[in-house]
Design a protein around this ligand. Sequence first.
Ligand code: ASP
Ligand code: MG
Length: 422
Amino acid sequence: MALIVQKYGGSSVADADSIKRVAKRIAEAKRAGDDVAVVVSAMGDTTDELIDLAQQVTPLPPSREMDILLTAGERISMSLLAMAISNLGVEAQSFTGQQAGVITDEVHGKARIIDVSPSRIRAALDAGAVAIVAGFQGVTQHTNDVTTLGRGGSDTTAVALAAALGADVCEIYTDVDGVFTADPRIVPSARKIDRISYDEMLEMAASGAKVLMLRCVEYARRYRVPVHVRSSFSSHTGTLVMDPEGAAVMEQPIISGVAHDRSEAKITIVDVPDVPGKAARIFEVVAASGANLDMIVQNVSVAATGRTDISFTLPADDGSIAIAALTEHQPDIGYTSLQYDDTIGKLSLIGAGMKSHPGVSARLFAALSNAGINIEMISTSEIRISVVTRADQLDDAVRVVHTAFELDSDEDQAVVYGGTGR
Ligand code: ASP
Ligand code: MG
């Protein structure tokens, strides 16, 4: 008998019929003899709709109230799912994040899980029930304020719960058959990846692959939770995210996939005096604003002026705070102007095998240049190369790079079963 944590995303529980379909799957797993804890997201686009609703009431909703509002979405789906399972003759009980013992820090809207003490979940499982837990939420340690974990946070709830319960596997059910070599919505010939290492999955998630939330992968890697990403609409085996050592048979392909990200913006600081200490000052100012940086490029300085341009990318959501902070410090930094560009896209090529295979960047750049796509910035890690392009060329870029690395499948095309991708 195994202990399984299953997580169902919003598109898997979008309406009453979907909830009944998922309930059947859960009841089957339970009847097969396993202990089953389930983490559920809000139905369909509920979270977006609640955000829209708040925007109609006030342009700047207080973050504490926003969190209470958004957690309502998961409470609706968890209770409906518990009812649907009970209706099939299997006992089920739902629990809020707080009841499930999910303790977080105080950062409303993107709280981090500090600890999970799932004694009530354990008790429900021991009593033979299926435990349903509201994803994406917790409470603060000292004040008991309700928090949310950031968009897509139910994945993290599921992995954290699996770690705390010592589950055998955490199954993440979504609207595609697993992790693909590229987003199947853009590259229909993308291939499903059977197994991927935590490190590669981490780079994929950090580079914009939305199939798993970044923090969920960090958590899984830290606690060595095997994650099985699969579809709730089919019974196909999905993608196993695990330690490479855990599977000696795991072949290491040179490239595992191509990820893309449309959510970043680029700030260029024009005519920065090229003297020691300026970059340090700029990035102190940006860090103090709370903005997260991604890539940084400094141009060669122009000899005649002794000045240079520095560009960096950041989440577009952080754009206004970074611009405000830099503007305030223009006198002491001494630059002449700022440029803000949110029409960029980022493509990342990920693969553990690139460490030991020369020529990967050359092939990437050649593919982009053959397609007439200009590269604006480049950054690399041991197992990733990222480039910034124009946003409107990003989809093309993903397709040509996917083809250049022979990742296209000649079998069935990838199926996207649901979701609006919103
Ligand atoms: N309902 C939340 C969201 O849409 C959390 C989740 O789906 O994981 O972001
Ligand atoms: Mg959702």
